[in-house]
Design a protein around this ligand. Structure first.
Ligand SMILES: CC(C)(COP(=O)(O)OP(=O)(O)OC[C@H]1O[C@@H](n2cnc3c(N)ncnc32)[C@H](O)[C@@H]1OP(=O)(O)O)[C@@H](O)C(=O)NCCC(=O)NCCS
Length: 185
């Protein structure tokens, strides 16, 4: 699935993205505010991540996109929806997913994450039939909260010291949006 926006093309991640992923996700500032990206980001990790996205996608567990510039195809980051599955391995009811995203540092503060997130939410509700999408950000990372707000997600709560990152227990701000909220927003 490929999504076109005004400035972006969102397309599935491929192994040819691995060098860009290693370079951009390898920056400490990108890893520092995510729950999953390790640092240092060693050789082979990008390939393993793309492969695991592909496998999970085939199993119906993940929807993944590279965030690229429409003008010249420049790879800038990634955005994923991780489905909540029921015990039988099928999407749960409500059908919902946790969102994750990152954009490489050279591309920050130009509205790219917001544009990508708006398009992915639209896709999730209009094309994939999701009932709810949710996400969390470290409270020390307000720019991610801005992205969620600008894309139409709503604050849902706060978890104190919920996630360990590099030896600290991080506070999380929770955001979500239901289909009804998104369509009426
Ligand atoms: C968070 C991240 C995705 C934002 O990407 P981006 O493309 O720069 O986002 P946008 O340009 O669409 O929007 C950024 C917003 O945050 C605001 N912002 C930037 N720094 C800020 C700060 N320190 N405090 C408050 N707001 C801030 C910007 O002004 C902008 O809001 P505005 O349009 O209202 O002015 C990017 O910084 C990133 O990938 N960081 C590392 C990984 C990460 O944190 N991922 C999210 C995990 S939840």
């Amino acid at each position: 699935m490929i999504i076109h926006t005004e400035r972006l093309v969102l397309r599935p991640l491929t192994l040819t993205d691995a060098p860009d992923i290693q370079r951009l996700a390898g920056e400490r500032e990108v890893a520092a505010t995510t729950r999953d990206i390790e640092h240092p980001y060693e050789k082979g990790m990008a390939e393993r991540w793309v492969e695991s996205c592909r496998r999970q996608s085939e199993a119906g567990e993940l929807v993944h996109f590279a965030i690229t510039l429409a003008a010249d195809g420049t790879f800038m980051g990634a955005i994923t929806l991780h489905l909540d599955l029921a015990e039988n391995g099928q999407p749960g009811s409500p059908k919902q997913a946790e969102l994750s995203y990152w954009v490489g540092k050279p591309f920050w503060n130009q509205g790219y994450a917001t544009e990508a997130l708006q398009a992915v939410l639209d896709h999730a509700f209009h094309r994939l039939g999701f009932d709810r999408v949710y996400a969390a950000h470290f409270t020390r990372n307000p720019s991610s909260g801005r992205v969620m707000q600008k894309a139409g997600m709503l604050p849902e709560g706060f978890l104190k010291g919920h996630t360990e990152k590099w030896g600290s227990f991080e506070d999380l701000a929770l955001y979500g949006v239901t289909r009804e909220q998104f369509l009426s927003g």
